[in-house]
Design a protein around this ligand. Structure first.
Ligand code: HEC
Ligand code: HEC
Length: 280
């Protein structure tokens, strides 16, 4: 073949197509060979150092003793070490002191998010937005008060606001009048508000009393929110809230967490709720 090679002196294989398209027989470039051998060496070294080959009952463990679960545990230890520094700092501080420290506050909010999801979100919504029967925690309208100590108390001891049923005390007509006055935002303009004792719990101006958790009736922020708000207001006036003597009374109870969560967790949750936007 060599003598018939139309390209004498060239290192081709003798396979020639279309007159001049030919297959050369050059060695692979040097850089390519280096990379090739290096990758084989790397593969062997990897097999020696790390777990690699499956066997019948086990696998080669590698001389470094590396396992995925160990790496995970080491990572976890690291996180817990960082956390324990923060946690022990929090132990000795009041919620108010935490709020005064920006770094601690951010840490607290981040770590209380899970606590809130586990313990509070079912009633108050995942971001504290509330629901028809559960108060909003993201606004600055408070039944019991938005001071940090008050929020802590609410979480520790629970709350159960009581409004007496008026089913036997008011006629339907009187309920209509009171409901209309409440809807107008000026309940005190209705003489029945004084005459029937509403002021005793809601205050003479109808703005509510935080010691009793009686809702502010002048701000159009509804504790018992409904599509038909007038009907909801009438229902509350007629049957009250948590009045055991009236089976139609609304039920509204904030459970106590003092016996379920640690003091530290409650402190964190108080800071979290405070920082949801409505702290005072
Ligand atoms: C079973 C439902 C339920 C769960 C769970 C719950 N709450 Fe409540 N929460 C309520 C109800 C109902 C009220 C209103 C009580 C009332 O009207 O007297 C309330 C009231 C509150 C208030 C007072 C709001 C105000 O306007 O003064 C705060 C603060 C609060 N909850 C925080 C929390 C936190 C934090 C958690 C989790 C640790 C939590 N709640 C878990 C039902 C719940
Ligand atoms: C014994 C105290 C008490 C009396 C008396 C009382 N209320 Fe209430 N009222 C409350 C409390 C406490 C709440 C809030 C309950 C809760 O959120 O758990 C409330 C809630 C309400 C609400 C619901 C507001 C909302 O945002 O959804 C209306 C409306 C209302 N009261 C109107 C009246 C009227 C009108 C009278 C007089 C006929 C009256 N109340 C008498 C304690 C009282």
């Amino acid at each position: 073949m060599a003598d018939k090679n139309p390209f004498p002196g060239e290192n081709n294989t003798g396979h020639i197509w279309d007159d001049d398209l030919r297959e050369l027989n050059n060695p692979a470039p040097r850089w390519w060979m280096i990379a090739f051998w290096a990758s084989i060496l790397w593969w062997i070294a990897y097999g020696i150092l790390y777990p690699m080959w499956p066997g019948l009952n086990s696998y080669t463990k590698g001389i470094m003793g590396w396992t995925q679960i160990n790496e995970y545990k080491e990572g976890l230890d690291e996180v817990q070490q960082v956390r324990s520094v923060w946690e022990s700092k929090l132990q000795g501080m009041t919620a108010k002191e935490i709020l005064a420290d920006e770094g601690l506050t951010s840490y607290t909010i981040a770590s209380a998010k899970v606590l809130f999801g586990d313990n509070c979100a079912a009633c108050h919504g995942s971001s504290g937005q509330g629901g028809p029967d559960f108060p909003v925690l993201v606004d600055d309208d408070w039944l019991y008060g938005g001071a940090i100590e008050t929020i802590e108390q609410t979480i520790t001891n629970g709350r159960k606001g009581i409004m007496t049923s008026h089913a036997k005390l008011l006629t339907d007509e009187e309920i209509d009048k009171l409901a209309a006055a409440v809807m107008s935002g000026n309940p005190a303009s209705e003489p029945l508000f004084m005459g029937k004792g509403c002021f005793a719990c809601h205050g003479p101006d109808g703005k509510g009393m935080q010691a009793l958790g009686s809702a502010n009736l002048t701000d159009a922020v509804w504790r018992f929110k409904a599509d038909d708000q007038l009907a909801s207001v009438k229902q509350t006036i007629k049957h009250g809230v948590n009045d055991a003597s009236d089976p139609l009374s609304r039920e509204a109870e904030m459970p106590k967490f003092g016996d379920r969560l640690s003091e530290n967790d409650i402190k964190k949750l108080a800071v979290y709720v405070y920082k949801l936007g409505g702290g005072q």
